[in-house]
Write a protein that binds this ligand. Structure first.
Ligand code: SF4
Length: 502
């Protein structure tokens, strides 16, 4: 989900925050059908998906009388739904929820999902993870037709497209809407008759189907839809399967129905989910994330080994890759950097000076593991390079005799337009400098990234097939599989403005 100017990647609202120098997943979604604890399970599911969005959370529930109830708030799931009174206001056997990562400075309540509207057929709520690449164009057309937008999120486009569709059933209206949007998205929707889930035709963003079993003390057959399997585990639901690219699943009292309006298309799942976004205990597209990250680390060690005394992960996301690197290289693994998990997000102000301090607040060097040693730091990515530079300074200050850095992703040379918050291209270090220059700027003795083919090998593919890549890897290659319609519109508009003034 993106707010305002959806044609361009946007700056993190938390610039200067603890994870300022990372790509950010933008949202997590969760939905449940037929459970007495629907809203409570949704809150738990959103809690498990907290890593996918920390700025706001919302739940919409549907009660037995067909009445919808909603609660949304800025902040973490626990801050919004850890209150019995709030939960008592969300009755019913079905609900959907959403975690939001704000992508602009506007973290307004009106942009918090799920979005809800009353139609002639009844209530309809929707929450989505991802980014529509033609949202701006659709929005302009809808506004010209008289649609009044209440928020600046591209998710609202779905609501208006459903509203104006001439089809009679909710599912057909949603299919009609989905056929008009371009982009990478997973959505959950709720109406009086069903919980609905949908994935974009290339399956870039994740969505899984689960089932609540009788052993959990709840009605057997209750359905769950969620961004990641870790949210199934927390509610005691069993994993059924990934929702397929382009598939719409309808979960109702009759069971689960599958609709495939786009036919079969090759999947282009986001490869960065394996590297960084997904929780390590999730199983993504049939592959355990933790194991995959270790395999990526092992491949990295084979590709770019260097003599050293100790492998040190940059916590927390570099840990599994560093373990794989250590096992493959035979060099001991040590926690040479300790992360302070209690750094409050609001504690760090977005100024350059405090940003500098922020790295030290979050990470400390474990001197006893580093002093006098040749250190290989393993991290998952370099985005702006600001954090990497500070960490290297810190490790050197703790007495390391050499500092090498190994990165478990290829250089991130391009921005993401598919639902991941990234800096604009000019601020991506790898877009501006080659590896040798980056090593000099960061201050390491050597720097190496896993190759694109190495990454594909770690994922069980022989190599990247340039004609038919198995994944979306556009932030490493610039190969954008979904048209960037709004971006092109914007470029053309800027060009015509330039011509007008010249
Ligand atoms: S561009 Fe990168 S981060 Fe964005 S969806 Fe593709 S692989 Fe994922």
């Amino acid at each position: 989900m993106v707010t305002t100017h959806p044609w361009s990647p946007v700056e993190a609202a938390t610039a200067g925050g603890p994870d300022d120098d990372k790509f950010h997943e933008e949202c997590g979604v969760f939905g449940v059908w037929q459970s007495v604890d629907a809203a409570a399970l949704t809150a738990l599911g959103l809690h498990a998906l907290q890593h996918r969005g920390q700025e706001a959370a919302g739940i919409v529930s549907l009660d037995e009388a067909g009445i919808f109830h909603a609660h949304k708030g800025l902040g973490l799931v626990g801050e919004n739904f850890g209150n019995a009174k709030v939960m008592a206001g969300l009755p019913g056997r079905a609900s959907i929820g959403h975690n939001r990562y704000a992508t602009t400075g506007e973290t307004a309540l009106r942009n918090v999902q799920p979005l809800y509207a009353d139609f002639e057929f009844g209530g309809f709520a929707v929450a989505h993870n991802g980014n529509l690449t033609n949202a701006h164009q659709l929005r302009r057309a809808l506004v010209r037709r008289g649609c009044l937008f209440q928020s600046t999120t591209d998710s609202e486009v779905f609501v208006h497209l459903v509203a104006i569709s001439l089809y009679s059933t909710v599912v057909d209206r949603l299919i009609d809407a989905i056929k008009q949007v371009q982009g990478a998205y997973s959505l959950v929707a709720l109406h009086n008759g069903a919980l609905i889930g949908a994935r974009d035709p290339l399956g870039v963003r994740p969505l899984v189907l689960g089932r609540l079993g009788a052993e959990t003390g709840r009605a057997a057959g209750g359905g769950v839809l969620t961004s990641e399997t870790c949210a199934l585990d927390i509610v005691g639901a069993e994993f059924v399967r990934d929702v397929e690219p382009g598939e719409i699943v309808v979960v109702d009292d009759q069971g689960v129905r599958s609709i495939k309006p786009f036919g079969r298309q090759p999947s282009r799942f986001c490869i960065f989910e394996y590297i960084y976004f997904a929780r390590p205990d999730s199983v993504v597209e049939g592959t355990p994330v933790y194991e995959t990250r270790k395999r990526i680390g092992a491949e990295l060690a084979r590709e770019s080994g260097v003599a050293a005394d100790v492998i040190v992960p940059v916590p927390d996301s570099g840990v599994p890759a560093a373990m794989g690197y250590a096992t493959e290289s035979g060099i001991p693994f040590e926690l040479g950097i300790i992360r302070n998990h209690y750094v409050g997000r609001t504690f760090i102000e977005p100024t350059d000076q405090i940003r500098h301090l922020g790295v030290k607040l979050k990470h400390s060097a474990n001197r006893a593991m580093i002093e006098g040693k040749r250190v290989i730091l393993v991290d998952d990515s370099i985005v702006r390079g600001t954090t990497s530079k500070k960490i290297v300074e810190m490790v050197r200050a703790a007495g390391a005799s050499e500092v090498h850095m190994r990165i478990s992703s290829p250089p991130t040379t391009h921005s993401c337009y598919y639902g991941i918050d990234t800096p604009e291209r000019g601020k991506l270090m790898a877009a501006q400098h080659d590896t040798a220059e980056m090593a000099r700027i960061i201050g390491v003795d050597s720097l190496a990234f896993i190759s694109l083919d190495g990454l594909y090998r770690a994922l069980g593919k022989p190599a990247r097939d340039p004609l038919k890549p198995a994944y979306c890897d556009a932030c490493f290659t610039g190969d954008y599989a979904i048209p960037l319609t709004d971006q092109q519109d914007n470029n053309e508009r800027q060009l015509s403005l330039l011509h007008a003034v010249s």
